[in-house]
Every structure is written in structure tokens, then in C-alpha cells.
Design a protein around this ligand. Structure first.
Ligand SMILES: [Zn+2]
Length: 377
């Protein structure tokens, strides 16, 4: 099995955090192999393994393959050795969950947030609801190793005071754009083999999360991916909530489509399109074409391997993607579209929670974070 170097300079011995990463990410499963890969002595490996087992991060089972003598004990990452708390909040609704250390959702619920602007009201309410979910799982607050929140408006991120999370659970809370965490969730679960992915969320509003070179790209101010505010050509002259004319969100976002149709709301419009209602299908397909103009430009700039369409409108996927594909394959360059895939979100409404868990686990289980926690214990 090939291994990337454990430490960049080879000038420091492998730490507990490095050993955990080798077991968790690279599948190194015996003490002998850890010694070989890290160059540590057998006693040094044993000391690190013992410490990681004591902190609930590794388990060891005496069920390895026999090589004639006593079979070597097998090491494995202990996904049940803690929990992470996640929440994915849109402008109007959200979900929260308790996950294990593999990111598996143990229990989830709709977020019940009091009315008001998100940052001010959300944190204390989330802390109480996470506590109730942990209780329902029969797990103590001391099991929590990290928390993460996907939130809708990066312009407000300075206003998020996450200290209630730290006070209750003793861990920091990470914050990212809800579309970014959805992109991360789709990438990690279903598209880990590609390094370049564009996730486009089409709901009441329109936004995108970009993974380039295997990493989320947030831009200089966290404002990357705001494709909802790219103008479309030949639009009807509607003013967007951002103040500009004919942004794709103002022309093809859910609110705009409901205004065009006889349906009372977005779920009804989507349901009619699914049922083949001619008016609804035309409206969604035309929205797909408008969206396709903007996605074609993004494809030319970013050359993603896959474009994922998520959000409420993707329940009417057939007419939506027909419109998107029609324009993207015509307008983006031949090279950029040669192997481009345009697909629906496979995680659906779980994409955001799943991505939040990945974000928190990447941070919490990074070697330096593990070493810091063990040093302070
Ligand atoms: Zn706009």
C-alpha cells in the first residue's frame, strides 16, 4: 500500500495525530506496519496507540489474518469514540444533527429557530436543540468533539458569536456558507474521485459552492460562488434583491418562477412540473436555460469535472437539467464539456449536514488538533 510521507521534513518523529491519520485515512492496521511506515520504535508506536485508545480514538481487535503464529491485533479508528454537532441553516429553515466520528448521522431534527435575523437568535436555540438531540441519543455533552454550522449569508459571518457552543460543549464551532458545506458533502460522499466540482443550489435563491483542486474555494472575502447575482442576457428588466438588473436569481430563482406561474408556491410549482403540467414544465425548462448561461460561463472559467444541481427546484430535475444541458453544451468550450457531467444532488437535503460533519471532522481529527487535545488532557 503506498503511503504519503507522514511528516514533511522527516525531522520530527510521528505524533499521536500522525498515527491516527495513518489508521483512519490510510488503513494502516497493525503496530508493526505503523513502525515500518513512521520509522518509530515498537515501544514508541505502543505508547501512541495506548494514548489514542485511552482517548477513545482507536480500537484494537485480535482478529487479524494469521501468518502462522499468533495473529497480529488489528487497529481501527473508533467512530463511536465521540460525536460532532452539525447544523445547516437556510434563510427560512434548517436542520441539525448529531453525528459520530465517521460523519454518520445518528439523529437529526428540523431546526426550530425563533423569529429574527439568524446570527442573533440562532446560537442559543441551536445549543438547546443539540443538547436535546444528544439526550435522545443517550449521549453526554462530554462526547462532543466539535461543532459546525452552514449558514446562508457570508456577509453576516462577523456577527456569528459562537461562544454559547463553546461554553456548553467546550469545543469551538466552525462556520461556512451553507452552499459550500453542501458541495463538500456531495464531494466527500459521491465524488471524491474528482478534484473539481461545482455545486449549484437552486431554491428560492441561487448560489454555488466550488471545489477546485480538491478544496473548497471561498475567495478573498468568502464571497466566491455567488452565481445567483450574475446577470443574464436579454432579461425582462427585473430588479434583483441585490439592486442590479436581471441577475439569474431574479429571473430563474424559485421566487421568480412562482411569480411567473399560476402555482401558489414553489413546492406546488415543482410538483406540477413533476406531473408534466405544460405550463410548469415550460417555466422550469426556461429557468434551466437561464441557469445554463451562467453555468456555461462558470464551466469556461473553472473547468469542473462535474456540476451538481441541488436545492428545491431539482425535484423537477428533468426539465431543469434539459434546459441547463442545452445551453451549457452549446455555450461552454468543447474541451471544458468533453467529459463534463451534469447530475442531480444525490444527498438531497442531507448534503449540508453531511458536509458540515466533514468540515468539523477534517478540523477536529487533523494531526495537529489531535496532538493539541492530547497535550492538554
Ligand atoms: Zn442580484
Amino acid at each position: 500500500m503506498p503511503h504519503r510521507p507522514v511528516y514533511p521534513s522527516a525531522r520530527r518523529p510521528a505524533t499521536c495525530g500522525d498515527v491516527l491519520r495513518l489508521v483512519r485515512e490510510d488503513g494502516v492496521a497493525t503496530r508493526a506496519e505503523l513502525a515500518r511506515v513512521t520509522g518509530l520504535s515498537r515501544p514508541a508506536v505502543a505508547a501512541r496507540v495506548t494514548e489514542l485508545i485511552a482517548h477513545g480514538l482507536l480500537v484494537e481487535h485480535a482478529d487479524g489474518p494469521s501468518t502462522g503464529g499468533r495473529p497480529p491485533a488489528r487497529l481501527a479508528f473508533d467512530a463511536a469514540g465521540g460525536t460532532v454537532l452539525v447544523a445547516n441553516l437556510g434563510q427560512s429553515r434548517g436542520q441539525l444533527a448529531v453525528c459520530d466520528l465517521a460523519g454518520t448521522i445518528l439523529r437529526r431534527a428540523d431546526a426550530d429557530l425563533p423569529p429574527g435575523r439568524l446570527p442573533e437568535v440562532a446560537l442559543p436555540a441551536l445549543v438547546d436543540q443539540w443538547t436535546a438531540l444528544l439526550d435522545a441519543c443517550g449521549l453526554p455533552a462530554s462526547s462532543v468533539r466539535g461543532a459546525g454550522i452552514g449558514a446562508p449569508d457570508p456577509a453576516d459571518f462577523d456577527l456569528w458569536d459562537t461562544s454559547p457552543v463553546t461554553e456548553r460543549f467546550g469545543v469551538p464551532a466552525l462556520l461556512d456558507n451553507e452552499v459550500n458545506v453542501a458541495a463538500l458533502g456531495e464531494h466527500r460522499v459521491h465524488h471524491a474521485a474528482v478534484a473539481d466540482l461545482l455545486f449549484v443550489k437552486v431554491s428560492t435563491g441561487i448560489g454555488a459552492g466550488l471545489i477546485s483542486g480538491g478544496r473548497i474555494q471561498r475567495g478573498a472575502q468568502g464571497a466566491a460562488g455567488e452565481i445567483g447575482h450574475v446577470p443574464v442576457a436579454g432579461g425582462p428588466g427585473v430588479t434583483c434583491r441585490c439592486g442590479n438588473l436581471d441577475c439569474v436569481e431574479a429571473v430563474a430563482g424559485g421566487a421568480a418562477l412562482v411569480a411567473l406561474s399560476s402555482a401558489p408556491d414553489l413546492p406546488s410549482l415543482v410538483s406540477r412540473a413533476q406531473d408534466g403540467d405544460a405550463e410548469a414544465v415550460l417555466i422550469v425548462r426556461d429557468a434551466g436555460r437561464r441557469l445554463g448561461e451562467v453555468i456555461a460561463a462558470a464551466v469556461n472559467i473553472l473547468n469542473p469535472a462535474v456540476v451538481i444541481l441541488g436545492g428545491d427546484l431539482t425535484a423537477a430535475y428533468e426539465p431543469l437539467v434539459a434546459g441547463v444541458r442545452e445551453v451549457v453544451y452549446r455555450r461552454a468550450t468543447a474541451l471544458a464539456t468533453r467529459t463534463l457531467r451534469i447530475e442531480p444532488s444525490r444527498l438531497g437535503e442531507l448534503a449540508g449536514l453531511t458536509g458540515c460533519a466533514a468540515m468539523v471532522l477534517d478540523h477536529t481529527l487533523a494531526p495537529e488538533a489531535i496532538d493539541a487535545v492530547l497535550a492538554s488532557a
